[in-house]
Design a protein around this ligand. Sequence first.
Ligand code: GDP
Length: 459
Amino acid sequence: MFKEDTICAIATGMGNAGIGIIRISGSNAVDIAEKVFFPIRDNIKVAEMKSYTAAYGTICDGENIVDEGILLLMRAPHTYTCEDVCELQCHGGMVVMRKVMEAVVKAGARTAEPGEFTKRAFLNGRIDLSQAESVMDLIHAKNEFAVKSSLMQLRGDLKNVVENLRETILYNVAFIESALDDPEHYSLEGYPQKLRAIVDKLVTNVDNLLITFDNGKVLSEGIKTVIVGKPNAGKSSLLNMFLGEDRAIVTDIAGTTRDVLEEVVNINGIMLNIVDTAGIRETSDVVEKIGVDKALDYVDNADLILYVVDSSVPIDDNDMQIIARISGKNVVIILNKSDLETKVDKMLINSYISGDIVEISATTGEGRNELYQLLNHMFFEGKLSYNDQLYITNTRHKNELMATRNSLTKVLESIDMGMEEDFFSIDLMDAYEHLGLIIGETARDDLADKIFKEFCMGK
Ligand code: GDP
């Protein structure tokens, strides 16, 4: 087992709270706890406490009592880090927690680096790198999809898939090597074609994981949504309706939303990162033009476009320009101002651009529920459906999978070119190594260091 000094950190938030937890991990954790924690009941000795038991007592820095609280003691190897772990639950004030930390450091612990507890769990072999990364993702999860996806990875789903792929690769490399060493017992006759089928399947498996990346990103970071429509169509009003307050400035002078506003809204668990753009139209106003250019950029990169149409006036050239720009994308057409007499024909709009149409009034809120239902429906049952599938959400994992795919493709090329078998094993081993980097099997120290630095303190 990996052995190092004993570390400590404040594991709870840095604000004032009812309870604060100081976590200590390492081979001296129990000794250190014994130096700072004194059970109220005389018959309890910290050094003799059983694993997963707690005691109530005072926390002292030398002669001085700094707080009173609870000691939770967990013995190696069945702990978060696989080392002895003691948690001191004290009062959650910043000053108190700092004083307890000081006492613990004086007693012999070192302040932990961010992520160092999880790093130890990884180095001690309790979790792989993908699981360690999912701990961080879980802490930073912005919505329930991200939570679910990180939990699946924490459970080891990605690890299992990667390990299976690696096993297949290793088996074949071993076979090639054996056959080259011992041609009498292992024949490579007809093997390249067999290998071709196997590698083809591996590529498909890797592709299936890669496909989930975009959706997974969308789900964990929010759906990139852009509101477009001609000036005065009601884009700012729509955003305000989503936000439930007057955050965007609503005016009736055309072209007043000059810059681009970005807001995050949560619609029944679906996170939309909404950009309200300046009205897209031909303009000579320089400031307004910058906004319009930005709007066009956002449109090109959006996952979802909410096209707001002022239904109280007929479709005009300005609408046609917008339609030309957004057609072919994932568009929801919002016929706004349903409280006024409508001058827009739904069939006509759909003849210009396909997409679901919802009638709403951004000012009265009429049609809002229908819009929310439609968005929910699109993302739960549509192409971004979230089910028990494993999602790749981490860019690092995606890059390693792409590199894996690349090496596997080279194997296929070598087979097709009739190359010698030892060429196959070189590229197969490359693929094996890249997959290994996902789970940390072939992780270099610098990679692990880089990943754990991004963790928060105390984890
Ligand atoms: P934007 O230029 O597209 O952002 O449009 P705004 O949201 O600033 O709205 C332009 C004008 O239309 C404002 O006077 C709003 O009060 C008005 N407006 C927006 N939505 C509605 C609606 O559903 N019904 C009515 N009657 N007026 C609306």
